[in-house]
Design a protein around this ligand. Structure first.
Ligand code: RIB
Ligand code: CA
Length: 313
């Protein structure tokens, strides 16, 4: 099996960081071509820095990291320091990164990579607001049919919203960008809150990361300890949902996830329901299916995979 060539677009974020580590720990399945940072959980200056910190934690100073868009296409930036802390990676003390940020804009890296490589060879893995992806599609529409697949974390249906009653954060921050991506015709696999809220960091699961006895294992445990306090208080749950690693786990073991190929459209006009992913789960309309919208995950197998792979670093 040849490794799938991917670009991770991300707003680290503790869960983004775990997703990046999982990708770097899985070279048989994943060839990470680069990381493009986007403003989301925290401003761009921090997300691009955090992406470099995570690469260095994995000993991978070779991974090119680019800064993308610092604000949504048409709206002001909404951030989530209340969840991720002011640095975006609160929890453990972290060293300043020493690897350089690449000079090319993240959107231009997306465009040049998709133009330079064979059509249908590159998968895009957005873990934050879809601003960079949409900006690339607007600037260079010729790249759209060249994208093999987009596997993204975002949206919600049965689980409803986490930043408003109607919307999940990544889609809420830049609904116009999400609308461009969901209408693009690119094959979409969506990891919404409906599935990520079933991948909860229980104490035994966090203890398993700590028991690895490695620096990455300790970091993941301490990030999780910090990250989960918000969701445990809000939902009264046993742990926090590890949202973004679901995207990477799907590339490695897709059979862990189940969902439906349905129509999903994005609310961009109403301020009450801005960013809602209107998922036609029961196929009550004749709208054309455009996304595989996941609804379930084998959580024990997911965490077994995550722990085993993080243990490789
Ligand atoms: O709503 C969860 C998503 O928003 C995750 O990607 C998290 O990192 C934040 O970006
Ligand atoms: Ca994220």
């Amino acid at each position: 099996m040849t490794a799938r060539q991917i670009i991770i677009d991300t707003d680290p974020g503790q869960d983004d960081a775990v997703a990046i580590l999982l990708a770097l720990a899985s070279p048989e399945e994943i060839d990470l071509l680069g990381i493009t940072a986007v403003a989301g959980n925290v401003p761009l200056a921090l997300t691009q820095k955090n992406a470099r910190i995570v690469c260095e934690l994995a000993g991978r100073r070779d991974v090119p990291v680019f800064a993308g868009c610092d604000a949504p296409l048409k709206r002001g930036l909404v951030t989530a320091e209340h969840v991720h802390g002011k640095t975006g990676l609160d929890g453990p003390a972290l060293p300043e990164p020493t690897m350089p940020l690449r000079g090319q804009h993240g959107v231009d890296f997306l465009i040049s990579t998709l133009r330079d490589r064979p059509a249908d060879s590159v998968t895009l893995c957005p873990l934050g607001p879809l601003t960079n992806i949409a900006a690339a599609f607007v600037k260079a529409p010729d790249i759209i049919p060249r994208v093999a697949e987009i596997v993204l974390m975002g949206g919600a249906y049965f689980e409803v919203g986490n930043i408003t009653p109607a919307a999940e954060f990544n889609i809420y921050v830049d609904p116009e960008a999400a609308d461009i991506v969901f209408r693009s015709g690119v094959p979409l696999t969506v990891m919404p809150l409906d599935v990520t809220h079933k991948a909860l960091t229980t104490k035994p699961r966090v203890d398993a990361f700590r028991a690895l006895g490695t620096e990455p294992g300790r970091m993941v445990a301490e990030w999780t300890d910090f990250f989960e306090r918000f969701d445990k208080e809000k939902y009264g749950s046993e742990g926090a949902p590890l949202h973004d690693p679901c995207v990477i786990a799907h590339l490695i073991q897709p059979w862990l996830f189940t969902g439906r190929h349905i129509n999903v459209e994005i609310e961009t006009t109403s301020e009450l329901t801005r960013g809602m992913t209107v998922a036609d789960w029961w196929r009550v309309t004749d709208r054309i299916p455009n996304a595989t919208f996941m609804g379930d995950v084998d959580a024990d197998a997911f965490f077994d995979l995550l722990t085993q792979r993080i243990g490789r670093l």
